[in-house]
Design a protein around this ligand. Structure first.
Ligand code: AMP
Length: 171
């Protein structure tokens, strides 16, 4: 199966000049959905027992939870500011224009826990880098950041110090 066939380009969404990578065709096809989760779980570090999988709001929640189930790990949501109900740790991060804030529950990651971070798209790497910092500040160790796809021309990998995996690369 070629996962690229299930990723749709939407021009000028959510604003002019952005080519949005829409994964809803992948999510709505059972074989593509399960195949994607299986492949990402297979790419996880073989010699490390992952304790928690983080999914980044919101598209990272779906496959992230499926990876957690396959790795017999817990699932932790990282959300935009103001969405999580309990005490949070927050991290500001830069966007192309302006900035945003991501949050995690303070008790979501235990000291020394091995953490795998998942999102749908690695673009500039600012989002995943902010999540890595949140994990480290809670005492966890990021063992991998994995993505359905990577926009290689934006050099997001350069911002991340943990191993990075992606199933589809756009040059
Ligand atoms: P970045 O912080 O630049 O790596 O952006 C990654 C975050 O923005 C991820 O949560 C993605 O879901 C989203 N994102 C960035 N660029 C795109 C794109 N071209 N298509 C879809 N989602 C994107």
């Amino acid at each position: 199966m070629n996962l690229e066939d299930y990723i749709r380009d939407i021009a000028d969404f959510p604003k002019p000049g952005i080519l949005f990578k829409d994964i809803t065709p992948l999510l709505s096809n059972h074989d593509a959905l399960v195949g994607c989760a299986n492949k990402l779980a297979d790419l996880s570090p073989k010699d490390i027992k992952v304790d928690k999988v983080i999914g980044i709001e919101s598209r990272g929640f779906i496959i992230g939870a499926m990876i957690a189930e396959r790795l017999q790990a817990g699932f932790v949501p990282v959300r935009k500011k103001g969405k999580l109900p309990y005490q949070v740790k927050s991290k500001d991060y830069g966007l192309e224009y302006g900035h945003d804030t991501l949050e995690i529950h303070v008790d979501a990651i235990g000291k020394g826990e091995k953490v795998l971070i998942h999102d749908d798209v690695l673009a500039t790497g600012g989002t995943a880098n902010a999540v890595c910092k949140l994990v480290e500040e809670l005492g966890g160790e990021v063992v991998q950041c994995n993505f359905i796809m990577e926009l290689d021309f934006l050099n997001g990998r350069d911002k991340l110090t943990s191993p990075v995996s992606a199933l589809v690369t756009y040059e």
